[in-house]
Design a protein around this ligand. Structure first.
Ligand code: ZN
Length: 450
């Protein structure tokens, strides 16, 4: 099975791609002008910010960028397109031939280009009496289109790839997290020889569902000895099936011509000056490799927060990662939102000291946990040596063992003898210490006595 995607994303600029209209509007047709409506004599001008964002994305997906690029008019008639052509890119996309590594596999990127969104047609009224309303607010909204080679092997993989890509791009250009629902994808799927294109799938959930239903349809046809025809279909979200779509155009039918009003853009230097920062998923892969931790753990740390990942790497500079991981995934992660607000240099040092003492055995793990939790709540904590809580625990254990020497000799035969100590401590301290902590204290005390 082969799946290729064309992913369309809105770039988070404040103004449109070729005019200064705002990209956010409340009322229909609130944010329009002669340029985005294509009035005669209006002259589009390229939004520099949109170009920069597109270049950054293009470099991120490893595409090569030409020195010169231009736009093209894609001509077709539809009420959402008042000028009868969409300004897009045809023969000189911003980037070609890239590659994105996802889930241990390389997905080739065929091209990345910049284009404007058309307006929106909305049908209202009851069946038979419908009217169409047109809103041109979206007309001229900057979109980036990322096209992959048919390298994805299943609907799940297609969804994971797109989800990871969105996460990275959100970090790179600051897209909103609503993009998971708003991302628009055209997908081509071939189970056998012939491929079928599914147009206009909205959102990640529908992407996986639409692909899955198309895969089932093609598989059944092939099994029944039928021929899958090359066609364009659409995904019906209600019925969860793909249906033939009336669209029959091929790229050649659009009669692309170079857009004369915009001219040629020399983008080589601008592209060369752009530095791609480390993105979350790439960081997780690097951390997994550098520290020998699992990729899932690395992702969890990075996706919780960048600051947590920074703290993890700082702790790993003088402690073995294997010691650091349980603290970072446990008490630090679970209280992270509280802790992050107060995290300063002093607190970072304190956290480092507690984890260091606990991993070297200077204090118990339970005591370490208690101190970290207290620190999160902003309580004063003693941050070196044996803590109050711990010395209290030890003294109760010591006193009880002194009173009941038989437990010590029983313990030699059977470790379960510690259970009576655990029960006693839990009762006298009203459950302030966990069984694991008490067992840790008992075992330590026993080692001295045996
Ligand atoms: Zn405008």
């Amino acid at each position: 099975m082969k799946i290729g995607l064309e992913i369309h994303l809105q770039l988070p600029t404040s103004s449109k791609l070729f005019c200064s209209c705002s990209t956010s509007a409340n009322e229909p047709n609130d944010s329009i002008c002669p340029i985005c409506l294509g009035f005669p004599g209006s002259r589009p001008r390229l939004n520099r910010k949109a170009l920069q964002m597109c270049l950054l994305i293009t470099k991120f997906v490893g595409c090569s960028i030409p020195d010169e690029t231009w736009f093209s008019r894609k001509t077709y008639f539809y009420p959402d397109l008042p000028k009868n052509f969409q300004i897009t890119q045809y023969d000189t996309p911003i980037g070609r031939d890239g590659r994105v590594r996802t889930g241990g596999k390389d997905i080739r990127i065929t091209r990345v280009h910049l284009e404007e969104d058309p307006g929106k047609v909305k049908r209202v009224g009851k069946a038979g009496e419908e009217v169409s309303l047109i809103d041109y607010n979206r007309s001229g909204i900057p979109l980036v289109e990322i096209v992959t080679a048919p390298d994805l092997a299943s609907p799940e993989e297609a969804r994971e790839f797109t989800s990871d890509l969105l996460l990275e791009l959100r970090h790179l250009v600051g897209m909103s997290d609503r993009d998971e629902q708003n991302v628009r994808v055209d997908a081509n799927v071939s189970v056998g020889e012939e491929r079928v294109e599914i147009k206009n799938i909205l959102g990640l959930k529908n992407l996986e569902r639409g692909l899955a239903s198309e895969v089932v349809r093609q598989t059944k046809m092939l099994k029944a000895g039928k021929v899958v025809v090359r066609e364009t279909r659409r995904f019906d979200e209600e019925r969860k099936v793909t249906l033939p779509s009336r669209e029959k155009e091929f790229e050649e039918d659009y009669g692309y011509i170079a857009e004369p009003d915009l001219g040629v853009f020399r983008i080589g230097k601008m592209a060369a000056a752009i530095v791609v920062p480390e993105t979350p998923i790439r960081r997780a892969s690097r951390m997994a490799e550098a520290y020998g931790i699992g990729i899932d753990a690395a992702r969890q740390i990075v996706l919780t927060s960048k600051t947590l990942a920074d703290l993890f790497e700082r702790l790993c500079s003088n402690l073995p990662p294997i010691e650091v991981i349980p603290w970072v995934l446990g008490p630090l992660s679970s209280n992270w939102t509280l802790l992050e607000k107060r995290l300063d240099e002093e607190l970072r040092d304190k956290i480092g000291r507690i984890i260091e003492e606990a991993s070297k055995g200077a204090i118990t793990k339970g005591e370490g946990r208690r101190r970290l939790t207290a620190m999160v709540k902003g309580e004063e904590v003693q941050d070196s040596g044996v803590g109050e809580g711990e010395s209290e625990l030890t003294s109760i254990v010591v006193a009880y063992l002194d009173e009941n020497p038989s437990i010590v000799s029983d313990f030699r035969e059977n470790r379960r003898a510690a259970n009576s100590v655990i029960g006693h401590v839990m009762r006298t301290t009203k459950g302030r210490f966990s069984a694991a902590e008490i067992l840790e204290a008992v075992t330590r005390e026993m080692q001295g006595r045996l």
